[in-house]
Design a protein around this ligand. Structure first.
Ligand code: FES
Length: 106
């Protein structure tokens, strides 16, 4: 059985940072070999998806970075910059650990 995981990245900022974050995440998933992985015996494929406003604007267009949500678990990150992509992919996708400094409590 396989599962899809998606990183929904808001691109609703005037600065265009969301598009840059999405590109950086895609690049890191490929670079770190984590587009497809096996987690607890299940094949998991991770994709990056851009989207419109996630209603997290205080941590998105009013800050230095973009907001994103990890589906299906619903982890929410805010003010994510392209330079955060490597850590986010390695920690969250690779090791299953939330990156606390970017995590938003909902
Ligand atoms: S503008 Fe990005 S969450 Fe609203």
């Amino acid at each position: 059985m396989s599962t899809d995981r998606r990183l929904f990245v808001c691109t609703n900022q005037k600065s265009g940072v969301g598009d840059d974050v999405a590109k950086a995440l895609k690049k890191e998933l490929k670079h770190q070999g984590l587009k497809k992985q096996e987690v607890k015996g299940q094949k998991v494929r991770t994709q990056v998806q851009t989207c419109d406003c996630l209603d997290l604007c205080r941590s998105c267009k009013k800050g230095p970075g973009a907001a994103l949500i990890v589906y299906p678990e619903g982890t929410v990150y805010g003010n994510v910059r392209p330079t955060d992509a490597a850590e986010l992919v390695a920690e969250h996708i690779g090791r299953g650990r939330v990156v606390k400094r970017l995590h938003l409590d909902q």
